[in-house]
Design a protein around this ligand. Sequence first.
Ligand code: COA
Length: 222
Amino acid sequence: MFSSPESERPLAAVGALSRSRGVEHRGQTCLAGRVQGVEQKRDGSDATAILRVAEAEIGRDLRQQVQALLQACFPGYPSRSYFKLPPHFRYLAMTSGVLVAQMGVELRVIRVGSTVVRTFGVVDLCVRTSERSHGLAGRLLAEVTELARSCGVDFVILFADDGRLYTRGGWARAANPCSWVKIHDHTTLGLATAEDTGSLMVKRIGQQAWPIGEVDLLGHLF
Ligand SMILES: CC(C)(COP(=O)(O)OP(=O)(O)OC[C@H]1O[C@@H](n2cnc3c(N)ncnc32)[C@H](O)[C@@H]1OP(=O)(O)O)[C@@H](O)C(=O)NCCC(=O)NCCS
């Protein structure tokens, strides 16, 4: 299995966006620059807005909410808003100005065997306990899938021990050998390899079949 240290925790995440709507969200000035959002009706009178936000444009207040949600959802999560390195963008689900779900997404070119493929890697998908089992995570995964299609991304990949949510969304286990860069607390430790991570899941977006061969993540584990 994993030759990486305990600190190398496989995580999953997701996101996506469809219709573009402006930058303002309940007057939150912490969201500077390009933000896209989709209003989502909930059972009651309230609505959850799903936003796609570039990581660099997330302001301090919202970043603190992200960190608090991650620490609440993942026991032992470090005291920052990302596990290894910040993702490129996130999907944020906001209800009444409060962050209720989030998913990080990284644009990563990886090599599988001799084939170089363009992927979105999903990390740290999580939903506030009180909001679970209402399809929110599934919705974020559907959004990132839609974005991947519109961006010509070949695959959306993630690492998950529990595959239920993802199998339902069209992901499948992939048993390729895998290698990645071990990073712990901003220090590069070396290279990790696994014959089969047991947790890699892949969703095909385009016409290309998932290749045979070793997966070289060309970076850290998602
Ligand atoms: C996993 C999680 C994001 C699901 O969010 P959600 O909004 O409740 O998801 P959905 O409503 O779209 O789907 C719920 C289904 O996901 C599946 N599921 C539950 N926990 C899961 C988990 N940890 N991993 C994968 N699938 C899970 C179940 O089949 C569940 O169905 P149920 O509600 O009938 O039991 C949420 O439970 C969570 O934040 N867990 C803690 C963090 C975590 O484990 N994230 C996943 C990292 S890979």
